[in-house]
Structure formats: structure tokens, C-alpha cells
Design a protein around this ligand. Structure first.
Ligand code: GMT
Length: 380
């Protein structure tokens, strides 16, 4: 198949997932065309069957807001025609689903029909999509997609709750590549981070409010009060300054390390004992899955799709959003005893295997084929 993939090229979960999906499909012999405004963060080296088309925007003084949607739609029309794409798969509804619809309509004027699939990732529904500023377009463009997938049952349900959806939504979970994410021996790293054998807790995110990174620090403080431990904060984002101030306020600057954006996250996960993800809202929690694949148990909130990934009492523990005491209590339960920790580690790995790339990739291929076989031109 010749597949066009539209995504955000950043480190965010939707862009990461879209890029890994495209790379996986290319490995299986499909021709994959990434169409976005910058080289995707995870598309760093040459790979057969992979193409990248950059969307360049017009720089004209009149445009206070450069019209990316228009530039992207034009690029999609161009790539569909010239690369002869079979299907367009857009990740994150805003603005990609609406732009794909626009491209589809333009192509129809030339008697060319390209089916579009939209994958909903989370905040495109929960935080941003349901905002009245976007909702009518989000609802319309979901309904006008030939296929729609959501990354968890919870996200599917939220989409049905927020919008009037008259099309099927198929749940295809986030996936993990075990070739990359697995526990490898990085003892020298561990020694550098925790020279006295301290427990290592870790959090990765884009440091947005929705991630509640303050809770991560407060949970860590409670753990640190009872056992020698270190906290690694990986990523960067708008909350960073506030978080650094909090570390100073509680006097734990030497125990908490801000590592910024890291490419080789798996190496840091390989030396970690516990992953913290107390998010306010989380459609799936790809970061938690990455940790679990590296045998790191998870303490999470019970928001959104997290309970579909992190199984309470098996792969880690869940608690209500904001319940820092409970989360700290759970963290201590796991970290206090090596046998318990080992059991949770093994369970985390077993659960992660359900989301193996090798299992999930064929689901996308089957779904593409299903859409190609059944899409009806009248949907345009
Ligand atoms: O978590 C983020 O803020 C990034 C965001 C994105 O859209 O890039 O991630 C969302 O998509 C991921 C991949 O499907 C999911 O694993 C994350 O749970 C989801 N984030 C939220 O729902 C907050």
C-alpha cells in the first residue's frame, strides 16, 4: 500500500506513535509518506520505503497567523496525486482531520478519491477538541473520515460522550517496539545516578499542567522521607520553572534531576525502579507503556485510559487524580521490598507484551484494507 501519514513532528505521544507506525509499515514493504512541517523527531535516519514531504508555509506580512491548514491541504493534494497514495492516515484530529477532508474534496473535483483515516490521540478530544472554539469542526471532520480509530476504550467513550458521532470508532491501542524498549544492563548509569544504591523514580512528559508534575515531586518527597531515593524528570515544557522552584522550596534539589528532552529514554528507564504518571487526563499513557516494557512498574492516576494499561495491584497501582498520599503509599509498598518490586517488574513486562508493535501493526494494516474495501464515495 502507499500510505500518507500526517502528524505533529514533535516528541509528543501522537507524533511518536505516528512515526513509529510509519516506520513499522515501511519495514513490512508499504510505501510510507510523512507529510508535516518538520522532520518528525523519531525519523532520524534513512529507511527504505520512507519518504518525507515538508509543508512550507507562506511568510507574508498580512498573516498574523500563517495559514498552516491551507498549506497542508495543498501539500496533501500534491502528494496524493504525485505519489499516487492509496490512503491518508492523519494523527490528532486538530487540524489534520479537517484538512484531510478539504484535500479529499479538492481531489474529488479531479475524480480522485482518497479515503482518510483519523486517529484520535487524547487531547484532540478531551482538552482541545471539546473546547467550543474547535468542537463543530472536530465533530464534522470525525464524521467525514472514512475510518476513525481511538487509542483506548476510554477515549472512544469520551468521544461518543462529547460529540454526535455517526461513524464507527475502532480502538487500536498504542504499541511498543521491544527491539528498542527493553531492560538492558546499564549499571554504570545506575551508579552515576544513584551511587549509594538509592531507588530511582522517573517521570517523562511534556511538563504541561495536565501531567500534574507537581504531584510527581510531592509523591517523591514522601518516598524520600522514608527511603534513600532519586527522581529523574525527563522532558521539558511550560511548568518547568514552577517545578524547579518547588524542588528548592522542599530542599530536594540534589535528589531531583531535570534531564530535559532525551532521545535514549530507554537507557534511563533501564535503570529506574518506578515510573510516576499522575495525569489529570491521559487517553492511554504511552510513556507508562514504555516504562513497563523496560520492566518498570507504574504508579498512576486512574484517569482516562490509564487503567487499561496499568493494572492495579499487578503492574503498579492506581489512585484518584491528586491523591498524592495514596500514590506515595503505593510507591513505598513497591519499593520497600525487593521481592515485591521484582514481581511488579515481571507483571509490567507481561502486560506490556499485549501492546507489542508486532501485534498492533497488523491491526492497522487490516483496518486500512477494510476501509479501502468498504469506503463509500458518498461520504465526501
Ligand atoms: O501526552 C501528551 O501531552 C501528548 C499527546 C499527544 O497527542 O501528542 O499524547 C496523547 O497521545 C498519546 C499517543 O496516543 C497517548 O499515549 C497519551 O496518553 C495522550 N495524552 C493525553 O491524553 C494527555
Amino acid at each position: 500500500m502507499k500510505i500518507g501519514i500526517v502528524c505533529y513532528p514533535t516528541y509528543g505521544g501522537s507524533g511518536v506513535l505516528a512515526t513509529e507506525l510509519g516506520k513499522g509499515l515501511a519495514q513490512k514493504g508499504h510505501q510510507v509518506h510523512f507529510i508535516t512541517y518538520r522532520q518528525p523527531a523519531r525519523l532520524t535516519s534513512f529507511q527504505e520505503n520512507v519518504f518525507y514531504h515538508e509543508v512550507s508555509n507562506a511568510d507574508y506580512p498580512l498573516f498574523e497567523y500563517p495559514p498552516y491548514d491551507t498549506a497542508l491541504a495543498s501539500k496533501l493534494v500534491d502528494v496524493v496525486k504525485h505519489a499516487n497514495l492509496d490512503i491518508l492516515h492523519v494523527h490528532y484530529a486538530i487540524p489534520h482531520a479537517a484538512v484531510a477532508y478539504m484535500a479529499k474534496k479538492i481531489l474529488l473535483t479531479e475524480n480522485r478519491y482518497v479515503p482518510t483515516i483519523t486517529t484520535l490521540h487524547g487531547t484532540d478530544i478531551t482538552l482541545v477538541g471539546s473546547n467550543r472554539a474547535f468542537a463543530p469542526v472536530v465533530e464534522f471532520s470525525i464524521n467525514k473520515s472514512d475510518g476513525v480509530t481511538a487509542v483506548s476504550e476510554s477515549l472512544k467513550q469520551q468521544t461518543l460522550d462529547y460529540f454526535n458521532i455517526d461513524t464507527d470508532i475502532k480502538v487500536i491501542y498504542n504499541f511498543i517496539d521491544f527491539e528498542r524498549f527493553r531492560k538492558v544492563n546499564k549499571d554504570h548509569f545506575k551508579k552515576a545516578i544513584a551511587p549509594n544504591g538509592e531507588r530511582i523514580l522517573v517521570h517523562t512528559s511534556n511538563f504541561r499542567k495536565v501531567k500534574r508534575v507537581e504531584d510527581v515531586i510531592r509523591i517523591f518527597k514522601k518516598v524520600h522521607d522514608v527511603m534513600p531515593s532519586k527522581l529523574l524528570l525527563i522532558g521539558d515544557g511550560p511548568e518547568r520553572q514552577k517545578l524547579e522552584s518547588l524542588c528548592r522550596e522542599i530542599g530536594l534539589c540534589d535528589e531531583i534531576r531535570f534531564l530535559g528532552k532525551q532521545d535514549a529514554i530507554e537507557e534511563l528507564l533501564a535503570v529506574s525502579d518506578l515510573f510516576l504518571i499522575p495525569s489529570e487526563s491521559e487517553s492511554f499513557g504511552l510513556a507508562a507503556l514504555e516504562a513497563m516494557a523496560c520492566q518498570v512498574p507504574v504508579i498512576s492516576s486512574n484517569a482516562g485510559g490509564l487503567p487499561e494499561v496499568n493494572i492495579h495491584g499487578e503492574t503498579g497501582f492506581l489512585a484518584d487524580v491528586g491523591n498524592v498520599d495514596q500514590m506515595a503509599h503505593h510507591a513505598i509498598t513497591i519499593l520497600n521490598d525487593n521481592d515485591i518490586l521484582q514481581k511488579f517488574r515481571a507483571n509490567a513486562l507481561e502486560k506490556a507484551k499485549e501492546f507489542d508493535l508486532q501485534r498492533i501493526l497488523p491491526l492497522y494494516e487490516e483496518y486500512y484494507q477494510h476501509i479501502l474495501d468498504t469506503c463509500v464515495y458518498s461520504n465526501a
